[in-house]
Design a protein around this ligand. Sequence first.
Ligand SMILES: [Fe+2]
Length: 253
Amino acid sequence: MCPYHGWTYNADGQCVQMPAHPEQMPPARARVKAYRSIERYGWVWVTFGEPQHDIPVFPEWDDASFRKIFSGPYVYKAAAPRAVENFLDVAHFPFVHEGFLGDRAHPEIADYEVTTDENGITAAPITIWQPDPDGTGQGKEVTYTYRVFRPLVVYFVKQMQQQFAIYFAVTPVDDLHCIGWMCMAMNYGFDIPEAQLIAFQDEVTAQDIPIVESQRPERLPLDLQAELHLRSDRTSIAYRKWLGELGLTFGTA
Ligand SMILES: [Fe+2]
């Protein structure tokens, strides 16, 4: 239904009702373009083409022991792969998210494994020290598993005594603009107000956005020689390589 005058359309895009003239049969010309779409995980997913893959599984979604909290949308004046790569990076935590997700006194990233297969990329175990990973006020090491399900759909689960996961899907608006959609899943902290969890994620993302928007070149370079990579960047290296193998040109260079 159009939010302006309430014109209502069927799934083929044909207008079936014009509320100002309920007795009038909408003309054939009152038609909009229809796109293949599906609702999942609280979002509407739209494709312009013929999807070769189902929507990636959010592992905790059907597990009732996990509370789900949505945050965003987050608007980036940046290429979508840049926003995704930032989500996959932990080495920036002690600097961009100091006091939130990291501490400059503990910036080290130990080696971890990365595998790429037909289901995407898995990077684990990524261990990093966090000042307050579970809201108890105690700093400790936590272990992340990152997954790249599709070029613009990614995920991590953080293993502590409990688990905290984020599923992150990015809409490419155009080559250099994108919108991020986030859903948290956690099997603890059921008494923490939702607004507090969203505010935390909003603040962390607000720390990321200016960093992502200032990255040059704006399009993610897939040539691994174009930028300098460290061992701690092996998730990014795998991501860039995989995008190259898939032939993704949108938002890449
Ligand atoms: Fe970040």
